[in-house]
Design a protein around this ligand. Structure first.
Ligand code: AMP
Length: 381
């Protein structure tokens, strides 16, 4: 029996384990917390990612290693890779951990990006603002996620406040300024590349964020063939350059027919959760197939799907479970403000049927604000 080791024990590891059991796989999850929610579905080894003894014990028990968490120290990923196959490779992980190196890579690959500049000092921030202009966003280069570690600068007068908020991190995780993109919408490509170089992408997904955190995803999203092909081509370029193996997401801003790359996530991604019920193979199964060298499967859609994220605490499930094609995912986490605790997916054969189910679920859950933009988009399809 093959044992897959997963670094990080959050909901992504949990859903990987759930997808892998039918494939006959065993799992071992390494996480510093004994409360990790993946531990409810798979054996959990409690240990720090940079503890060599813990890594050695982990490596001795697994056949292949992958990630639920992209901020595993690069040195730990490298240490493991010298002992057991690690996918995606530590170099790809390293690029995706740093906003500056990933944006530089996108630029080298001819993928448009927002204007950006590294910032090392208070004077450097002024110089970056003079070059890029405002509005813009000051972000930490590393360890930022879900809109954390970001400060929006509306005018040069905000520079000091931005520095007060994030300047202390210039010497640790590093800072970057990015031009603010007045996008029409945000989309992502969730794609998978196999050990043999085979490449496939799930249909383009449209995403809505609230305070920098994903709130809802819809697939397929109305987009020209050219735009979809462009997005997939960008994802393919990134995957090939990094010799990437596994699932990843490329997040893009869409302005008319122009796409600008925001960032890549070197792992299964929240905007791909709808694939569990909405695609022929889920992103979780596709990732496992890729890291094990199996055929990738078909990322084709089954109708239309919308995913809604639950933050803080789980709502009552009935409003979703009442719908045909309503699916519930409770990550088994204790409630905490802003924490991703679960999601729901509504799937239907037509856009119209999805609208009806979504409107009814939104009403039952008092989530009209969350579902309204999705309903508006569906009304146009
Ligand atoms: P990130 O952590 O970089 O994915 O940012 C979280 C969210 O903040 C994105 O999904 C966007 O909604 C918003 N955002 C980030 N960077 C920019 C940007 N350069 N221009 C406009 N909005 C942005």
């Amino acid at each position: 029996m093959t044992t897959v080791g997963i670094l990080g024990g959050g909901q992504l590891a949990r859903m990987l384990a759930l997808a892998g059991v039918p494939l006959g796989l065993k799992f071992l999850v390494l996480d510093p917390s004994a409360e990790s929610c993946a531990g409810q579905c798979a054996p959990l080894q409690v240990g720090a990612f940079d503890d060599e003894a813990a890594l050695a014990q982990f490596a001795s028990k697994v056949d292949v290693v992958t990630f639920d968490f992209e901020n595993v120290p690069a040195a730990s990923a490298q240490w493991l890779a010298e002992r057991v196959p690690v996918y995606p490779n530590p170099q790809a992980l390293g690029v995706a951990q740093d906003r500056l190196s990933e944006k530089t890579l996108f630029g080298e690959l001819g993928i448009p990006v927002p204007a950006f500049a590294a910032v090392d000092s208070r004077e450097g921030l002024d110089a970056a603002l003079a070059r890029i202009g405002t509005p813009c966003i000051l972000k930490t280069r590393r360890f930022g996620y879900d809109g954390k570690g970001q400060f929006r600068i509306k005018s040069p007068a905000d520079a000091q406040a931005a520095w007060d908020a994030l300047g202390a991190q210039a010497g640790t995780v590093g800072l970057i300024v990015e031009g603010f993109v007045a996008f029409d919408r945000e989309v992502s490509v969730v794609a998978v590349r196999g050990r043999d170089g085979a490449f496939k992408a799930f249909p383009l997904t449209q995403n809505w964020h609230v305070d920098g955190v994903l709130s809802a995803s819809l697939a397929p999203t109305q987009a020209s063939q050219a735009l979809q092909a462009q997005a997939v081509d960008y994802a393919r370029r990134v995957a090939e350059r990094l010799d990437y193996v596994g699932v990843f997401a490329l997040e893009l801003f869409c302005q008319g027919e122009t796409l600008l790359a925001n960032e890549m996530a070197p792992r299964v991604h929240n905007s791909g959760h709808w694939t569990i019920e909405g695609a022929e193979v889920s992103q979780f199964e596709a990732h496992l197939r890729a890291v094990l060298g199996l055929p990738l499967g078909e990322p084709a859609m089954r109708g239309h799907a919308c995913m809604l994220n639950w933050l803080g605490q789980m709502p009552d499930a009935t409003g979703v479970l009442d719908q045909p094609g309503g699916h519930w995912h409770d990550y088994g986490k204790s409630p905490r403000e802003g924490r991703k605790v679960g999601h729901a997916t509504l799937r239907a054969d037509t856009a119209q049927a999805l609208s009806v189910a979504l409107a009814a679920a939104g009403e039952a859950l008092s989530r009209q604000a969350q579902v309204q933009p999705v309903l508006e988009r569906l009304a146009r399809s």
